[in-house]
Design a protein around this ligand. Structure first.
Ligand SMILES: Nc1ncnc2c1ncn2[C@@H]1O[C@H](COP(=O)(O)OP(=O)(O)OP(=O)(O)O)[C@@H](O)[C@H]1O
Ligand SMILES: [Mg+2]
Length: 210
């Protein structure tokens, strides 16, 4: 008997937009309806994902010719994210979708376009990601940069690469520009209370994917 493929649902948004919170709530809701759900994030827990996390946290950098440590170049970041994505897709996501599980992913290709797109051409990023399958549905949680950054600061942990007001605003602009052009992305007001955002996400899944 052939198995119906599962749904591949992605959450996107600025740091602090609530993607982790909402991915978790959607997973619980779908499980409550009897679906098997795999919840994951990118950068992944795979080998390339771990390197990316070290760089984002400022624990890994690039030794320069002058002997100092420098920022890892944005083009290299774009390639690392794309490599992690393929590794994660092949090893964790594709096999699960094929056997009928739903996969909910916290960040995907749109993050690369929004975060690296400020300094790297979209053609380069798209080419690096050309073998990554399209998500069935992307839920973009819209939260203005200032509010998102406030939430990130409440975390109390050290701020990461990309978590400055200027960069967050730039990423917000990139996201807004992209989201308007893509039919498979539903934009959701992420400034509302958590349970209301969760309702809106569940409604979008029901409407778009049944
Ligand atoms: N709708 C909301 N209203 C108010 N606070 C929220 C809302 N959604 C999430 N938060 C809070 O904001 C913080 C960030 O949420 P969360 O970790 O889900 O965001 P994220 O997008 O995954 O961020 P990160 O970039 O840190 O992974 C958490 O403290 C969370 O409880
Ligand atoms: Mg998160």
């Amino acid at each position: 008997m052939s198995v119906l493929p599962g749904r591949f649902i992605v959450f996107e948004g600025l740091d602090g937009a609530g993607t982790t919170t909402q991915a978790q709530l959607l997973a619980e809701r779908l499980r409550g309806r009897g679906r098997t759900v795999h919840l994951a994030h990118q950068p992944s827990e795979g080998p390339v994902g771990l390197v990316i996390r070290q760089i984002l946290a400022g624990r890994a950098a690039t030794p320069q010719a002058d002997g100092k440590l420098g920022m890892v170049d944005e083009r290299v970041m774009a390639l690392l994210f794309a490599a992690d994505r393929l590794d994660h897709l092949d090893s964790q996501i594709e096999p699960r979708v094929a056997r009928g599980e739903d996969v909910i992913l916290d960040r995907y290709i749109l993050s690369s376009l929004a975060y690296q797109g400020a300094s790297v051409s979209h053609d380069f990023i798209q080419a690096a990601n050309r073998y990554a399958r399209k998500a069935d549905l992307t839920l973009f949680l819209y939260v203005p940069a200032a509010i998102a950054l406030e939430r990130v600061k409440q975390r109390g942990a050290k701020l990461e690469r990309y978590e400055t007001p200027q960069q967050m605003q730039q990423i917000e602009r990139e996201y807004n520009r992209l989201v308007g052009t893509l039919a498979s992305v539903v934009s959701i007001d992420g400034t509302r209370p958590i349970h209301e955002v969760a309702e809106a996400c569940a409604g979008a899944v029901q409407q778009q994917l049944g």
